[in-house]
Design a protein around this ligand. Sequence first.
Ligand SMILES: NC(=O)c1ccc[n+]([C@@H]2O[C@H](COP(=O)([O-])OP(=O)(O)OC[C@H]3O[C@@H](n4cnc5c(N)ncnc54)[C@H](OP(=O)(O)O)[C@@H]3O)[C@@H](O)[C@H]2O)c1
Length: 260
Amino acid sequence: MRIGFVGTGVITEAIVTGLLRAEFTIEEIVVSPRSEARSARLAALSPLVRVASDNQDVVSACDVVFLAVRPQIAEEVVRPLSFTPGTIVASLIATIPIPTLRQWIGADVELSRAVPLPFVAELRGVTVVYPASAVLDRIFGELGTVIDCDTVDEFDAFAVAGGLMGAYFGFAETCAQWLNAADVPADKARAYLAPFFHGLAGSAVAAPEKSFEDLRMEHSTAGGLNEQMHERFRREGGLRALTVAMDAVAERIAKARGRA
Ligand SMILES: NC(=O)c1ccc[n+]([C@@H]2O[C@H](COP(=O)([O-])OP(=O)(O)OC[C@H]3O[C@@H](n4cnc5c(N)ncnc54)[C@H](OP(=O)(O)O)[C@@H]3O)[C@@H](O)[C@H]2O)c1
């Protein structure tokens, strides 16, 4: 399998790093030249990685092509490319729907969208794919787990959830700032909070039979500090603010799909 990337940015680097770490059987990984420093860095990692002469070189050389440029420039990048029918194309480009991509591509390719996350680099990713593709399941399965969506609505809902990364770290940042204001040095606050959140996420992953509500109850002694924290956070509108923010992101995605 020859796997190519049009757009060598943050997410491409994470996927390529993961593929090399997983020792996935690949004939070649071809990355587009931009960003120059990043593509050179990836090529230095392994003889399997080659920097293409241009975007068309990526598309012509590979049987699986990832589109990984930003949405704002996607049309000007994708439209001029000439695809071989039957190529497996995975668009990682946020918000651009399949019918629009098909129009730009203009060839009979096997097209899916996917939302990988940066921790595919550590083989701990969870990647949402629509429509399902056996080849993409294999690739992303090497980099963690895969969730195949049955409908585009399901995929779009997961795209909203995938947008929680900034809010998550914003939450952690606020907790660290609070500790800091309570005279805890920043390095100690970080040393506590990172394993704290990691441990909680690990508990959820280790017990798939338990709902998040089950876990919340289990981690909240009646009348204790955790129960008080959750209840006060809820009463102050913390949970509602999160739902409102998710609705707003969902609306943006729906608009991009021409549904709103
Ligand atoms: N980051 C994530 O966690 C994540 C997760 C899932 C999906 N995505 C999606 O994946 C896409 C890429 O995201 P990213 O975070 O990797 O963005 P990024 O770091 O900004 O990477 C985009 C890359 O595209 C390159 N580029 C610009 N113009 C180009 C052209 N004409 N031809 C080829 N490459 C060109 C840029 O190079 P220069 O630096 O030289 O401009 C840059 O290296 C986005 O659509 C995003 O929505 C990202």
